[in-house]
Write a protein that binds this ligand. Sequence first.
Ligand code: PLP
Length: 448
Amino acid sequence: MAPKKTYSKPTIVRHTVGVMNKFGRPPATVPMSRLSGFSVEELAGEYGSPLYVLAVNELRERYRDMTRAFQTRYPKAQIAYSYKTNYLKAVCSILHQEGAWAEVVSGFEYDIARNLDMPGNKIVFNGPYKTREELIRAFNDGAMVNIDNYDEMQLIEDISDELGKILEVGIRVNMDLNNPPWHKFGFNIEAGHAYEAVKRALSNNKLKVVGLHLHAGTYVDDVTVYSRAAQGLVDFYAYIKEQLGVKLKYWDIGGGYASRNTLNWAWMPAEQTCPTFDQYAEAICPILMNGPFQAQDAPRLFLEPGRALVDEPFSMITSVVAQKRLPGGTRGVVLDAGMNVLSSVQWYNYNFQTAQDSGQMLEDTILFGGLCMNIDVLRQNASVPPVRRGDLLVIPHVGAYNISQSWQFIYLRPNIIAIEDGKIHVIKKSDTRDYVQEFENVPDEFKK
Ligand SMILES: Cc1ncc(COP(=O)(O)O)c(C=O)c1O
């Protein structure tokens, strides 16, 4: 006997099928029923929902494409993958297989890299807060340490005394490149602070400045920001070379490259605005190549992409758990994933695509996460065809920051799988209650 259909109160809604929006006619809703060759339904059946899915070949492709774009224009370009964006061991390891170095911003991340057998001299150590022990380890390993502030410089001078040698360091600089400018990190060039910092570093014969580091922001989809950053680095290098005799071994223009996810406040969809790696490279490399050196003496150029490498290769599978009409008539759909596993909903208007053919009757829908929290809204205005409890949706491009920033809250965090060459690997198992409570303790005095 066919199952009884679920009843939902009838309402009158405006059809948007075939209606133009400001970009023309939206594409027909083609179901995304397969990921890396596997049926979404079967993946969810086997590994649960929600589920993160990594297409490994896409990750490799993005790394190779970025490397090609930069190395053809600046042969000494080297990617140091920004761990914070997604420090799943499997993800870092795949990128290291491809040739990426590691960019870390804490002792914890440094440890992950060393644990993956990355030698210290392939680790770039950034960030405003590095402890004494972490710094000593990094210098002993030959890592590239970029100094963020004077307190850190003082600490490193002390370490130089302790280790009895002159330490090679990079100086993190910032410039007035965007609004609001990223002044939190490093020393400002325009205000003269960066020059003072280099001068001070050289003054005690304890440090040797061999690097400059700049990271101007995240999701910077205006390539001219990078051109100005590159020009700023060239001018600054020329100045400290002339005034202070600095010879750089490397310069590092940071991360920040955009991915094809549309920002909440953007006018245009990211597919139309996200620059290619070639466009970024073209905005940066020819300018840097004009630096104060002969081509054969060019400093190594570090790039620290995060989002642009790992966002697109990951998708999330999520299920509809309920739907309802809000008082204003808007349809609300509740999903089993919440912002605890999709924190980037604060920046992105993610696409939510049905995994099954649900027709073309799109309706503006508010997509709620499954957390029992009013703020848990995954998208305010998605165009969604009719769906019912148990239907699956796929959210593409979820690999950046969502996993490393996920927080354990109310629900256990889901499985993460990686697919390559027709093979599925579980790269992180879902949390268990035992795992979540492992370090908790109820003292005898508190027991009932
Ligand atoms: C120093 C540094 N490098 C690289 C990155 C990676 O940035 P993105 O993910 O935007 O490429 C960050 C992120 O904020 C960063 O702070």
